[in-house]
Ligand binder design. Structure first.
Ligand SMILES: Cc1ncc(COP(=O)(O)O)c(C=O)c1O
Length: 423
C-alpha cells in the first residue's frame, strides 16, 4: 500500500474540526484503508489525490461528473455567467431558460423548481404531493436512498420516530408488497416513491419489471396519490428524459440532481400540471438556490446531452467493460455479478458475503491507478475512452492475480461488519 502522507496529515487535522473527520456518503470510513479521502484536482475521467496519485475515477463524484471533469464548454458557460453575477437579490434570466429546457426535455414535466441538492428535490416532492392531495402517507421502497433528511436518511442518529410517522415501506419491484402497502395506507395515501431501478448499496442492481411500474401508476390513479420517480442518481444516464420513459410509465413528480450541470451545484423537482397547485402551496427556498452560475452550467450541459452521443458512447464503453471484465475475473478463478445498466455498473463477487474479496480488489485496483468501489454502484462518464477501459481491464488482471494469492488471509472490514449488522 503506497503511503499518502498529505492525506494522512489532512485526516489528522480534520478529526479535530470536523465530526468524524468527514461525514456523509463521500467519507472513506467504509472503504479500504488505503483509499485517499482528499483530492487535489480532477480532469476528464481522472482524479488526483492530495499526494499526487492519479486515478481513473469510476465513481464520477458519485454521479455529478457526466461529461468529464472540467468540461470546457460547460465551464466556459459558467465563467461567462460568473462575470455577470451569481447569487444576486433575485434570479437571473437563466432560471426561466433552464426551467423551459428541463420541461422541454422531460416528457411528464410541465413545470420545474430548482434547488441545490438531491435531498431538496426528494423532500420537496414529498411535500408537494402532500399539499396537492391533502393526504399524509408516503410509500418508500425498503432500502432505497432518497437523501439526508430526517424522513429518509438511512442512519437513525438524532431522528425521532414522529418524523417518520407517515412513511411506510414496500419491497421495490414487488407487486404484492406494493398492493399491500397501498391497501394499508387506505384513504391517506399521498405518494409512492420509486427509484428508476434498484440501485441500493451492498446489493445487486435490478431493473424494473414494467408490470410493477405500471401498477404503481395505476394505484396512484385509483387512489389519487402521486407517483414520484427519484431520478437524482440515474437521471440522464439512462435516457434523455425521465428514466421511467424506458418502461412507458410517466410519474407526476420526478427529482433530479447530481449530473445535469456536470458537477455544478444544482438540483430540481419537475412536475406535471396534476401537481401544480401543490407546488404553488409549499414553502421552498434557499439562499443559494437561485445562484445563476450553476444554471448557466446546466443549460450548457443539457444542450450537449441533446446534441451529442454522450449516452451511446457511455453505453458502448460500459458494454466493453462488462464483457471484458468477466473473462479476466474467470482467469483468476473469480465469478462476478455485474448488474444494472452498463453505464452505472455494480460489480460484486460471488461467495463474498462480507465483501472481503471486493475490498481486496478495490485496494489492488487503487494501487494500479483505478478508483473502483467495493459495494456501491459506479458511474461511467462521456470523457472516458476505449483506452481507459483497456487500462481498467489490464489493472483488473494484475489486481485479481494479486487477490487470488492472498485470498485465504483476507479479513472483513470491521466497521463495515458493524454497519451491515445494523442494516
Ligand atoms: C437516488 C438518490 N436520491 C437522492 C439523493 C440525495 O441527493 P443529495 O446527496 O444531492 O442530497 C441521492 C444521493 O446520492 C440519490 O442517489
Amino acid at each position: 500500500m503506497s503511503a499518502k502522507p498529505n492525506d494522512l496529515a489532512l485526516r489528522e487535522r480534520a478529526v479535530k474540526v470536523i465530526p468524524n473527520g468527514m461525514f456523509g456518503h463521500e467519507a472513506t470510513h467504509l472503504l479500504p484503508a488505503s483509499f485517499p479521502q482528499f483530492f487535489s484536482k480532477a480532469k476528464g475521467a481522472y482524479i488526483w489525490d492530495v499526494d499526487g496519485n492519479r486515478y481513473l475515477d469510476m465513481m464520477c463524484a458519485y454521479g455529478p461528473n457526466l461529461l468529464g471533469y472540467g468540461d470546457e464548454r460547460v465551464d466556459a458557460a459558467a465563467t461567462r455567467q460568473l462575470a455577470l453575477g451569481d447569487t444576486m437579490t433575485g434570479p437571473g434570466a437563466v432560471l426561466v431558460e433552464l426551467s423551459e429546457t428541463l420541461v422541454s426535455m422531460v416528457s411528464h414535466a410541465d413545470w420545474a423548481m430548482v434547488c441545490k441538492n438531491g435531498t431538496d428535490a426528494t423532500t420537496m416532492a414529498m411535500t408537494v404531493a402532500r399539499a396537492q392531495t391533502g393526504k399524509r402517507r408516503i410509500l418508500v421502497a425498503d432500502g432505497a436512498y432518497h437523501g439526508a433528511a430526517p424522513w429518509c436518511t438511512p442512519m437513525p442518529g438524532g431522528i425521532v420516530p414522529e418524523e417518520r410517522a407517515f412513511i411506510s415501506k414496500y419491497a421495490w419491484n414487488d407487486i404484492s408488497s406494493l398492493e399491500a402497502a397501498v391497501a394499508e395506507a387506505g384513504d391517506d395515501l399521498a405518494a409512492i416513491f420509486a427509484s428508476p431501478f434498484k440501485h441500493d448499496a451492498f446489493q445487486d442492481q435490478t431493473l424494473p419489471d414494467p408490470a410493477y411500474a405500471r401498477l404503481a401508476r395505476e394505484l396512484c390513479d385509483a387512489t389519487g396519490a402521486k407517483l414520484i420517480v427519484d431520478d437524482v442518481r440515474a437521471g440522464f444516464r439512462l435516457v434523455r428524459d425521465c428514466s421511467w420513459e424506458l418502461v412507458g410509465v410517466r410519474p407526476d413528480l420526478s427529482s433530479w440532481g447530481k449530473s445535469f450541470a456536470n458537477g455544478h451545484p444544482i438540483s430540481a423537482l419537475l412536475g406535471s400540471d396534476s401537481c401544480r397547485v401543490g407546488a404553488e402551496a409549499i414553502y421552498a427556498t434557499g439562499s443559494f438556490w437561485f445562484s445563476a452560475v450553476p444554471m448557466a452550467a446546466a443549460i450548457e450541459t443539457l444542450r450537449i446531452l441533446r446534441e451529442s452521443d454522450y449516452l451511446e458512447h457511455m453505453v458502448a464503453l460500459g458494454t466493453k467493460l462488462r464483457e471484458g471484465l468477466e473473462p479476466v475475473a474467470a482467469r483468476h478463478g473469480f465469478s462476478l455479478r455485474q448488474t444494472g445498466p452498463v453505464q452505472m455498473p455494480q460489480i460484486l463477487f460471488d461467495e463474498d458475503p462480507d465483501f472481503r474479496i471486493g475490498f481486496a480488489w478495490a485496494e489492488a485496483m487503487l494501487e494500479r491507478g483505478v478508483y473502483v468501489h467495493p459495494w456501491h454502484n459506479m458511474f461511467l462518464n462521456a470523457a472516458m475512452t476505449e483506452a481507459d477501459i483497456d487500462l481498467l481491464l489490464e489493472a483488473a488482471d494484475g489486481a485479481l492475480a494479486h487477490v487470488r494469492k492472498s485470498v485465504a488471509a483476507l479479513q472483513p472490514h470491521p466497521l463495515l461488519m458493524l454497519m451491515l449488522g445494523a442494516h
